[in-house]
Structure formats: C-alpha cells, structure tokens
Design a protein around this ligand. Structure first.
Ligand SMILES: Nc1nc2c(c(=O)[nH]1)N[C@H]1C(S)=C(S)[C@@H](COP(=O)(O)OP(=O)(O)OC[C@H]3O[C@@H](n4cnc5c(=O)[nH]c(N)nc54)[C@H](O)[C@@H]3O)O[C@H]1N2
Ligand SMILES: Nc1nc2c(c(=O)[nH]1)N[C@H]1C(S)=C(S)[C@@H](COP(=O)(O)OP(=O)(O)OC[C@H]3O[C@@H](n4cnc5c(=O)[nH]c(N)nc54)[C@H](O)[C@@H]3O)O[C@H]1N2
Ligand code: SF4
Ligand SMILES: [Mo]
Length: 702
C-alpha cells in the first residue's frame, strides 16, 4: 500500500550507477540497476545492494556518542544530545585555537567526503574558521600525482583527461584494475562490457601490472612490470616516439610548447635501459609506442599502481605528455575533458604546490593540504604548531595511511579529537566525540565530483528515500551547526547557510548547459538522469593555464629524472616488493560490516608466486609473517601464478581486531592491515604522496 519506486545514483564508488529501489514503508524490498540511466545503462555491482545493509546496520550510530572512562578504568561510549555534542566540540576546538594557535587543530577528510555532496558544499562553513596548515586528506594516499600533472600541464588540479573508451582503438593501461574498482578518476560504469566492445571492434587493450588482474585477463596483452619502475617504461615509450619521429601533437600544436626540451632531457632513457629494471622487453616497449602512435585514436591511462608509488608524479606527468605527443589529448577516442552540468572547475581554486611545508619533515603542501604520511609526527613532535586537537570526517586513516599503527598510537596523545562518522572504528575509537550523520538514503544526492571524470556528460539528482529521523543531522548540517558555534565563540559573524540542493540548482542554472534550461526542477522531473552527450574536443578554451598554452617542459618532473637515474644505477636487493589489490565486494576499510559483502572465501590473504614460496619453504595456505621497516603482520598465503615473481600482494582496509571497535561483522573477518607494513618514510619524494606500492618486505612462515 505504501510501496514506492525510487530512483537514485549509487554514491559508493566513482561509477555512480543509476539504481531503482523499491520500498514498502520503511522497508527496502529491492535494489536494481536503472536501465534508463544514460551513463550506467542498468549496470550495478554487488555493493549497490549493501546500501540497504548500511541503512539498517545496527552498528551504525544514530546519535552522538562521547567517550568516558568507567569505574573499571575502561573506555565506554555514552549517547549524548546533539546540543551537548556540538557545543562541546566547538568549545574544545576554539580553546585549542586560542591556547595553541590555529595550526594546533588538525583536519583529516577521507574518501566518502567526495561522494557526499553536502560534505563538499558545507565543510567550508566550519573550516573557514580553522585555516590551519595541518590539513590532510586521503588525496596523499591516492591521486595527488594526478592533481599535480593536471595543474602543471592544464592549469587546474582537477582538469583530468578522461579515457574515451567507447570510441578508442588502442588503450594502454598501467596500474589500474577497473574490473574490481569500477574505474577511478574515470567514471565508467560497466567497464567490462566497454572493454569487450573495444576488442570486438578490433581495438586493443594493453595492461601493465605486476599482477595478472581480472582486467589483465580480459586484455589483448598483459605485461608484468616490477613495482615502482613504470616511469622507466613510460620514458622508454616516449624515447621511442621521439627517436622514430612519431611525435605529432596534431591539433594541439598551436598551443603546445616544450616537447623539444623534453626530448633532450630524456635522451638517456632508452627502452633498453628501462628493460633491465621493468622486466618489459625493449622490443615490446618500442612496438607499443609504435602501435599507440599509429592508432587512429589511442589512450594512455594510469591509476593507483602508478600514482601511489615512488615516482607517482613523474609517471602521471609522463602519461599526459605521451597523450599530448601522440595527439591523443582532446581527440575523440583519446582522452578528453568532461563538461559537467555543475562545473566545479569554475568555482574551485586551481590549486598550488609547495606554498608552505610541514613543520617536522619539511614536506610540500598541495592545495593547502600536507601529505598524510606526516600526520603522526605532527601530533607527537612537541613545539609550536604541534597538533593538539583533530577533526576527522569520513576517514579511517589508522587503516588507510602508511604506518597506520604509528598513527593509531599517536591519536592517543591528542587533547581532543572529534569524528564525523557513522561508525566506531579503528580511527574514531580514539575520538572524544563522534558525530554520526544521517544514513545515505535519508538525504538527497547530487554528484558534484564524478561527472567531471565521466566518459559521457550526464546529470542526475536523487531525492532522499526516507525522511530523516527527528533529532538527526545530515553531514552538511553538522558542518553548518559547528561553524555557527565556532564563529560565535570567536566573536565572528556566522555564515549564512544555503542548503546544498540550492547550491546545485544555482550551479545548474549558471553552468555550461544553462541555455538548455537545466535546473533542479528539470532533474526532479527526470529522475533517471539526463544525457548531455559524448565528451567533445574543447581546447584550448578549456585550459586553465593563464596563456591558454600547454607547456610540456615542466621543471619539477624534469628535475625528478635525476632521482630516478640515481636509484636505478644502484644494484638490486633480495627483498620482495609488496603491492595492494582491490575486490569488487569491498571498499577501502569501511564496507566489511555487511554479511552480504564479506561472505565467501577469506579475502585478506597474501598472494605470492609459487617459485618465491618454494625458495622460502612456504606451503600454500599456511600463515606467513610479512615484515617491513614499519612493522609485521601475519596472514594466510595463497600461491598464485598471477603474481610476478618477486612481488607479493595484500589488500588494504583490514585489521578490525583492535580493541573497542563496534563493528560486529567486520570483527568476525578482521584480517590484518596492509598499512601496518607500508612506511610513512617511503614517499614519492616529488609530490609527498605515499608510496603504498613497491614496499620492500620479507616473508617467512609464521
Ligand atoms: N595500502 C594501501 N592503502 C590505501 C590504499 C591502497 O590501495 N593501498 N588506497 C588508498 C585510497 S585510494 C584511499 S581513497 C584511502 C581511503 O582512506 P579513508 O578515506 O581514510 O578511509 P575509508 O576506508 O574510505 O573510510 C571511510 C570512513 O568514512 C565513513 N563514512 C562512510 N560514509 C560516510 C558518510 O556519508 N559521511 C561520513 N561522515 N562518514 C562516512 C566510514 O564509516 C569510514 O570511517 O585509502 C588509501 N589507503
Ligand atoms: N571494489 C572496490 N572498488 C573501489 C575501491 C575499493 O576499495 N573496492 N576503492 C575506490 C578507490 S578509493 C580508488 S582510488 C579506486 C582505485 O582504482 P584502481 O586504481 O583501478 O584500483 P586498484 O585495484 O588499486 O588498481 C591498482 C593496480 O595497480 C597495480 N600495481 C601495483 N603497483 C604497481 C606498479 O608499481 N606499477 C603498475 N603498473 N601497477 C601496479 C595493482 O596490481 C593493481 O592491479 O578504486 C575505487 N573503487
Ligand atoms: S559499481 Fe560503484 S556505483 Fe555502481 S553499483 Fe557498484 S558501488 Fe555503486
Ligand atoms: Mo581512493
């Protein structure tokens, strides 16, 4: 009788699939793919159904909680009223600012904050009063190198070239596994079907990865690569393009400079030099370069594996220089810029680099954030500017940042910590107060992040499925409430609070499709979304560089070539290299509390090549101890011919067996944290991004 059909975009990953959700009163009856969504065309993955589990999870906090020490000396959580939670938080933050200065407040924002538009639009309502140098986010364990390459070449941190997979002839993919991740910095729902279509029309997919992944199995060709050596391979490609006179920026030529300088700078990096280190034959490198240059339209794309490694920024810059040198930038079937209906580029700062540096280790800022690998030391090292209070929002850095165990310990030393999060997990268990937002299905949704990364321009607004319970607050309302309180305590005028949907309405009406009459009302009338057409060429207009030129001879990555050369002049060592992996039923650290997703075979295992196991007398299935400079963990080992010899793989986001977390299902499948092995000292020295891949480890039977 109260049955209803709702249309909604899934916010769990970058694919932003359209969903059709049937409810009966407060009950969710079914979650299916929306065939009418012009982008996802009905595709969903197993995580979509877990939206129901998130909504219904008894462990999900519904009210703010405060940590108190009981008579037994143990910590307990006590539910408190919103007034008390917000007043206390604002007071403690302002006390810290007044006593120790604004830099004594640290901020960490995690990945779901970019999937939640209210967090995007309203974080400024609080953070405008806390202009601390100690801001951190998941960016520096993820896509920081992509931002730098975009800033250097195209003039804006978020101007990312998007692989036009549906129209390409040749796709060279490094360090990405979209079959598991559903695409990243690349919103591409149903990527499997699109790869199959590429092959069916005679195109090729070439995958470069130290593991024969699900994506590599589907590819036309896969090459193992030694972790952390991709920059050499990319240089070998570029070297071949120059040497064989295959460089032709075509339509880009009028506004592109600096390729000759790049040619000169990379002269020593031949495919032969590269082959010794990467494991990819010089002949293959040359052939791939020729094929890419000869393709009518081709793509070079690299993701996590070539971003979170020791040469992340150099790799991402080289990838775009290759796209430019082959004339594939801004070409249909190559890589193009998206034109979202609400265009963040117009309203966000282009970003900057190195304008201030971290206090303890002198690491560079990017976009007013410091590398999160420095968070623990900024808490534990005394002196002016030491972090004494921490705000975390939608993040779990204890499991997601390098040397997480060290951060776990550091968080105990804070005077005050507050977390905006629905769970008591490995990170938030250290908070004094946890502020839980409404469930995702209790608020509306508009994706202001991922349309900028999408393979097709579309737009879609989702109404909430359920009314929010009385006495609950959305993420954006929590930011606004805190901001108003902090302003009052600091004696400043509070900011007017404009609800997020009004901001989106304004964005639509002043955006690139304003002439088509787009507004929130049009989107409400079209709940499956509106198609705005394929990506199209728009250079030099879309460039954000001051002179609308692309200057390829970027000083920073060119200078980084010396570091690369110096490292690979050294002889090899006998240790194994650790890399990560993702599984379609998991999502970073926070989706392990839903039975539907964790069922089946144990996932937190170490994959290792049988030859490497035999040499160490390790039998399949036994528990092994993996050790690095940062620490040791023990997990079961799985023999796998899909691993490159000398490389082992462990997923991140596990390690749920710590005291005091309130996630019953996750605790039954705890696994161990990969980031107890990754190293806060092992970074891409150019960008400050964590090198989560290629960490040196030893493995022995436990
Ligand atoms: N070794 C290794 N480490 C990695 C990676 C790797 O590949 N290997 N990947 C890295 C990458 S790419 C990323 S993005 C990071 C992720 O790192 P983080 O963003 O720090 O961690 P998540 O696991 O995404 O944790 C998300 C948190 O947000 C909460 N949350 C979920 N939805 C909401 C919401 O709507 N509102 C609020 N307020 N909270 C919410 C969850 O309860 C959880 O606590 O991990 C990085 N760490
Ligand atoms: N199911 C699921 N989906 C997700 C997530 C999730 O946790 N689970 N996380 C989301 C997030 S936050 C992100 S950022 C994206 C990430 O999206 P992707 O980057 O597509 O996903 P990964 O599986 O991390 O792929 C990285 C690949 O790099 C390889 N690799 C490791 N080291 C190297 C190296 O040195 N060189 C090369 N060439 N390859 C290397 C790994 O073997 C792996 O196959 O996925 C998103 N989607
Ligand atoms: S692929 Fe991503 S967006 Fe699509 S249903 Fe799965 S989790 Fe949701
Ligand atoms: Mo990420």
């Amino acid at each position: 009788m109260t049955r209803q059909t709702h249309y909604r975009a899934c916010h769990l990953c970058e694919a932003i699939c359209g969903l059709v959700i049937e409810t009966d009163g407060k009950e969710i009856l079914s979650i299916k793919g929306d065939r009418d969504d012009p982008l996802s065309r009905g595709h969903i993955c197993p995580k979509a159904v877990a939206l129901r589990d998130i909504h219904e999870d008894p462990d999900r906090l519904r009210r703010p909680v405060k940590r108190v020490v009981g008579e037994d000396g143990e910590h307990h959580w006590q539910e408190i009223e919103w007034e008390e939670a917000l007043d206390t938080t604002a007071r403690r933050l302002v006390e810290t600012i007044e006593r120790d200065g604004v830099h004594a407040v640290g901020i960490y924002l995690g990945n779901p904050s970019v999937h939640n538009y209210g967090m995007m639009t309203h974080q400024g309502n609080l953070f405008r009063y806390i202009r601390t140098n100690n801001r951190f986010s998941a960016t520096s364990v993820d896509q920081l190198p992509h931002h730098l390459a975009a800033l250097w070449l195209f003039g804006h941190k978020s101007l990312f070239p998007i692989p036009d997979i549906d129209h390409t002839d040749y796709f060279l993919m490094l360090g990405a596994n979209p079959l598991a991740s559903n695409g990243s910095l690349w919103t591409v729902p149903d990527v499997k079907k699109r790869i199959k279509a590429l092959k069916a029309r005679g195109g090729r997919l070439v995958v470069i990865d130290p593991r024969r992944t699900e994506t590599a199995r589907l590819a036309s060709e896969h090459h193992f690569v030694t972790p952390g050596t991709d920059a050499l391979f990319l240089l070998g490609l570029l070297h071949t393009l120059f040497e064989e006179k295959l460089v032709d920026p075509a339509h880009l030529a009028d506004f592109t400079t600096g390729l000759a300088e790049v040619e000169q700078a990379i002269a020593g990096f031949t495919p032969e030099f590269s082959a010794d280190h990467t494991g990819i034959d010089a002949a293959d490198t040359r052939r791939i370069a020729r094929e890419l240059a000869a393709a009518g339209a081709g793509i070079c794309y690299g993701r996590m594996g070539v971003s979170t490694q020791a040469y992340g920024a150099l790799c991402q810059w080289l990838i775009q220089v290759i796209n430019i040198a082959t004339g594939n930038l801004d070409r249909p079937g190559g890589v193009l810029f998206a034109t979202p209906a609400v265009d963040m580029l117009a309203t966000t700062s282009p970003g900057g680099f190195g304008r201030h540096r971290s206090r303890v280790r002198d690491l560079p800022e990017f976009d007013r954030e410091l590398p999160v690998a420095a968070l623990a030391e900024e808490i534990t090292t005394p002196g002016e500017g030491q972090i004494r209070a921490l705000f975390t929002g939608a993040g779990n850095p204890v499991l997601s940042t390098p040397n997480g165990r060290q951060l776990d310990d550091a968080l105990k030393q804070l005077d005050f910590m507050v977390s905006l999060d629905p769970y008591i997990n490995e990170t938030t268990r250290h908070a004094d107060i946890i502020l839980p937002p409404t469930s995702p299905l209790e608020h509306d949704h508009y994706d202001i992040s991922f349309h900028l990364l999408a393979i097709r321009n579309t737009t879609r607004y989702s109404e909430p499925l359920f009314d929010k319970p009385g006495d609950s607050l959305h993420d954006w309302e929590i930011f606004a409430e805190l901001g108003n309180r902090v302003a009052a305590l600091l004696g400043q005028e509070p900011q007017p609070v404009v609800p997020p949907e009004q901001i989106v309405d304004l964005g639509l009406q002043s955006g690139p499709y304003r002439d088509q009459g787009l507004s929130l009302q049009t989107l409400r009338d079209n709940p499956s979304g509106i198609d705005l057409g394929p990506l199209r060429a728009q250079l030099p207009g879309r460039l954000c560089t001051r002179d609308k030129q692309i200057r390829c001879d970027t000083p920073e990555p060119l200078a980084d070539l010396d570091r690369l050369k110096a490292e690979f002049e050294q002889p090899h060592h006998g240790l194994l290299k650790l890399i990560g992996r993702r599984h379609v039923r998991s999502n970073n650290s926070w989706m392990h509390n839903y039975r539907r997703l964790v069922k089946g075979k144990e996932r937190c295992t170490l994959l290792m090549h049988p030859g490497d196991m035999a040499r160490r007398e390790i039998d399949d299935g036994v528990t092994v101890t993996i050790s690095s400079r940062a620490g040791s963990v023990s997990v079961p080992v799985e023999a796998s011919e899909d691993m490159m010899p000398g490389v082992v793989s462990l997923p991140h986001g596990y390690g749920h067996n710590r005291k005091g977390i309130r996630m019953a299902v996750a605790r039954e499948h705890p696994g161990a944290s990969c980031n107890d092995l990754t190293d806060d000292r092992y970074l891409d020295a150019l960008s400050g991004n964590a090198a989560l891949n290629g960490v040196l480890v030893s493995v022995v039977p436990s």
